[in-house]
Design a binder for this molecule. Structure first.
Ligand SMILES: *[C@@H]1O[C@H](CO)[C@@H](O)[C@H](O)[C@H]1NC(C)=O
Ligand SMILES: *[C@@H]1O[C@H](CO)[C@@H](O)[C@H](O)[C@H]1NC(C)=O
Length: 863
């Protein structure tokens, strides 16, 4: 074929559909090669073509990052450097040297909103299950006669024509021995509700689509292998069994193989991503994969449950989750279900896990065959509900990999989450139009409290019972599905962001704690279009020489107490809480208005101390006026939380004197009296006691309430910026001895003049360039600097220069290079997600397993 005919030939190729992909499934991704290539995620402005970026930076364009529009993945041969950062630094330097105070030309860096070198996370595979597992409590129905439970079981099997050989062992579906310790689903099956027309994606280590117990319900078009880049998520490693077992719990076929799934006519897709390292970009694609067809994402994994980790998903993953709830399922919102975690023995708490404490996920903990709290299941104020899993000598009996293999030892919260996901599939089969938030309403409204003698059960403002271990109780399949039938759809989401309260006060050791408040007025709630409350999040910065010593209570205006952070003995990190967001579902249904209090304590009296830097509150709920509701801004971008409000300096931070329920550590409720009285009034750190009269720094309120409405609006760097004094500009700008308002006018006039000159000069320059060259889709400054080209193209071992200072894995922000004001502001914009990585730094982990498989605890922990 002649070279000249290439365009036609290419065009023809593009028209021919890729043979193995059905019309519905997303385009195949280019395989990743982490050994020899580096990957960069870039968020571009819509007018910038990825081709241009690739050309200018010497990168290969790998494609769009899933459903995140304008987010692209690029690759280049491996290098220690962050070649994109170096390149942008170069452009910046050049721009500055060209003319300080002069005309700023638009260049490539203006078209890059965000850039991040990808650091694939290695998932350490779990230890294999122990050889000698405890004997499962299966039984032969024929051997037990006269047991009414068994008689009922046999009747159900007969009426539903269930011939699956291990169905009688599946006590979580129908428990003939410990009556009513099951998910109460058989009544639904008898009504014909079996999950038809629903699909659950198992985000895990694969799914054996060839198992005779899964094949008929396998949904190929929603499946993908992100580890080995194949269309089918076939388990390949010896311990790639977990995803298949989870899939069996949901949709094992009613046939003559093993047992049945809780929604045995639902479809299951497999998204394989836990078997090898995966980048944030690929994880973001995975969590939105086929997101109209995959309605529910069942996720039985998270950061390590070791009582030390404090890890949140990276910015791309956070964005994918927001995208999922906004646009997935044709706009109704993807349902993300996460296992609460298996780290309770290590005093771990699911509010230290950025997946489970996300408002976009439904967090599910475990109870065992006797309805007891298994020692592994984590507690937290973000727990929505619990369902059955291993403990009390038995586990979940389900499908295993192989054509006709069953497993009787599936457990941990890993096994609870899929069961809930399957029940949510039953819900969607009767009410496909529910939004992601309706599902959360239904989950909490219909959950059934268990072990009601547990002292942590407390009534919430709307009369529901909540317990940090059990959330609102155990999921009852019959109850939630029937409630869904006539559930009134909720109005869109609204939220209120408080200003940041800057506290800067020491936390006294002992039981006293440091208390600070935010007052939300009825008017503020109304202006935010915020009606009844749903989630409450608290974002805070606190320094401490031993993070695990700290604990935090959130107290609502109605006096409802959420233990948003608990002490964790293994957590010896010196990093404190860095922009960490804690979440509570305990305030669901309350009113937003009134005084919200946090009390931060350091109950471990050991000479390790800390201080509260600042905090803010976000109240999420239902819009008052649906027509005024707006979509959530993407995390980390313009319009993200708190932009536009000024921080306030509190003077109310004080040693708490209120008698409040003491915080207990996660694993040992018996240790309630953790704060020995001989420590209570130990004169440690008297400072905060006097903080009640601490100096007032801010312009706004004197009470730490949100009534602060300073005259000037903060520059777009927003909330993270240290609050300035009555001067609206940094102190090195002259104030002319006039009020802030007048300063605005004076500086404003300067800005207008400079802008005018700038625009004029830019216009002239563009006109000149147009004359020179045409046809480029974007007006970039031509790259004629050899250095730029070189570092941009490969950079391998080349010029270390400025970029050498950077650690390769550093999150790069396109503007964060240095000293001028614009840089500083933009840098702030990305502080959030940088914070989410800080723990790796603390632990010295470079490519370590930030995301560990919960199931890795299966072998040693679940019995
Ligand atoms: C369990 O299901 C039965 C119907 O099979 C129903 O009568 C009962 O109320 C359900 N339990 C709860 C707690 O709703
Ligand atoms: C499933 O979808 C099909 C086609 O839309 C419809 O005919 C059928 O009634 C649905 N099944 C259920 C249980 O809703």
């Amino acid at each position: 074929m002649r070279f000249g005919s290439a365009p036609l030939w290419l065009a023809v190729l593009q028209i021919i559909p890729f043979p193995t992909v059905s019309a519905k499934s997303p385009p195949l991704l280019r395989p990743r090669d982490y050994d020899s290539r580096d990957y960069y995620a870039l968020h571009l402005t819509p007018d910038v073509s990825p081709k241009t970026v690739a050309l200018q930076l010497g990168l290969t364009h790998e494609g769009v990052i899933g459903e995140l529009s304008d987010h692209h993945l690029f690759s280049t041969p491996t290098s220690k450097e962050d070649v994109v950062a170096i390149h942008i630094d170069g452009l910046r330097r050049k721009r500055r040297s060209v003319g300080s105070g002069g005309i700023v030309k638009r260049d490539l860096s203006d078209g890059i909103l965000f850039a991040e070198k990808q650091r694939p996370k290695k998932l350490v595979k779990r230890v294999p299950p122990p050889a000698a597992r405890r004997e499962a409590q299966g039984f032969d129905p024929a051997a037990i006669t006269g047991n009414t439970g068994v008689v009922e079981l046999q009747s159900i099997m007969q009426r539903l024509d269930i011939r699956d050989p291990i169905f009688h062992e599946q006590w979580h579906l129908f428990n003939p021995i410990e009556r009513h310790h099951d998910v109460n689903v058989t009544g639904l099956w008898l009504e014909g509700i079996t999950g038809e027309n629903t699909t659950v994606a198992i985000v895990d280590d694969g799914l054996d689509m060839d198992s005779q117990d899964l094949a008929a319900n396998y949904f190929a078009a929603g499946s993908y292998d992100f580890n080995d880049h194949a269309p089918q998520p076939k388990p390949r490693l010896s311990d790639d069994r977990h995803g298949t077992r989870c899939a069996g719990e949901i949709a094992a076929v009613r046939n003559n193989v093993c047992g049945v799934g809780v929604a045995y006519d639902a479809k299951v897709a497999g998204i394989r991503m836990l078997s090898k390292p995966i980048s944030d970009a690929d994880e973001a694609i995975a969590l939105n994969y086929a997101y109209h067809e995959n309605q529910i994402y069942s996720c039985s994994w998270g950061p390590p449950d070791d009582g030390q980790a404090m890890d949140a998903p990276g910015i791309l993953i956070k964005r994918a989750m927001v995208k999922g709830v906004q646009e997935g399922r044709n706009g109704k919102g993807s349902i993300f279900v996460f296992a609460s975690g298996n780290g309770a023995t290590y005093e771990d708490n699911c509010n230290f896990d950025g997946y489970t404490n996300s408002i976009y996920s439904i967090t599910i903990g475990a109870i065992d065959r006797n309805g007891n709290h298994p020692y592994y299941s984590e507690q937290c104020s973000a727990n929505m509900a619990v369902t059955y899993s291993s403990g009390s000598g038995d586990a979940i009996h389900t499908t295993d990999i192989g054509p006709n293999q069953c497993f009787n030892g599936h457990g941990g919260t890993s096994a609870a989450a899929p069961l809930a996901a399957g029940i949510f599939a039953l819900v969607l089969s009767v009410r496909p139009g529910l939004t992601w938030r309706d599902m959360q309403y239904l989950a909490l409204e219909t959950a059934v409290p268990i072990n009601e003698e547990d002292p942590d059960w407390k009534q919430t403002a709307i009369g529901k019972m909540f317990n940090h271990k059990y959330g609102y109780g155990k999921v009852d399949a019959w109850a939630i599905v029937h409630a869904a039938k006539d559930h009134k759809l909720v109005k869109p989401q609204a939220w209120y962001n408080s200003p940041i309260v800057i506290v800067n006060a020491a936390i006294p050791e002992g039981t006293q704690g440091l208390q600070t408040q935010i007052k939300v007025t009825a008017e503020e709630a109304r202006n935010a279009n915020l009606g009844r409350l749903e989630h409450v999040t608290v974002t805070m910065n606190a320094a401490h020489s031993q993070r695990g010593d700290m604990s935090v209570d959130l107290i609502s205006p109605k006096g409802i107490v959420s233990h948003i952070a608990t002490t964790r003995k293994p957590d010896t990190s010196k990093n404190g809480y860095k922009d960490w967001t804690f979440m509570s579902v305990k305030h669901w249904g309350e009113e937003a208005t009134g005084t919200w209090t946090i009390i931060i304590k350091d109950t471990v009296v050991n000479g390790q101390t800390g201080s509260l830097t600042d905090w803010s509150l976000t109240l999420w709920g239902e819009a008052i006026d649906a027509d005024k509701a707006k979509p959530l801004p993407l995390p980390g971008g313009d319009g993200d939380k708190n932009l536009g409000t000024d921080p306030i300096h509190t003077t109310t931070a004080q040693a708490s004197t209120t008698e409040l329920p003491s915080m207990t550590s996660t694993a040992n409720p018996s240790k309630v009296t953790e704060n020995p009285s001989d420590h209570a009034d130990r004169p440690v750190n008297e400072k905060p006691g006097s903080a009640a009269t601490s100096t007032q720094l801010g312009t706004g309120t004197t009470t730490g309430t949100t009534t602060a409405t300073p005259t000037s609006t903060a520059a777009p760097g927003g909330p993270e910026a240290e609050a300035e004094e009555s001067n609206f500009l940094p102190s090195f700008f002259p104030t002319f001895g006039v009020s802030a308002k007048t300063q605005v006018w004076i500086y404003g006039a300067f800005v207008v003049i400079i802008l005018f000159v700038g625009v004029l000069a830019t216009y002239l320059s563009i006109q000149k360039k147009r004359a020179k060259k045409q046809g480029m889709d974007y007006e970039f400054e031509a790259l004629n600097n050899e250095d730029d080209l070189e570092s941009g193209a490969a950079g391998a071992g080349g010029k270390a220069s400025a970029g050498g200072r950077r650690k390769a894995r550093d999150l790069y922000d396109a503007f964060g290079a240095s000293d001028d004001e614009e840089d500083i502001l933009s840098e702030k914009e990305y502080d959030d997600d940088e914070g989410s990585y800080d723990d790796d730094e603390a632990l010295g982990i470079d490519e370590g397993p930030r995301v560990g498989d919960r199931a890795k605890l299966l072998g040693r922990d679940n019995y």
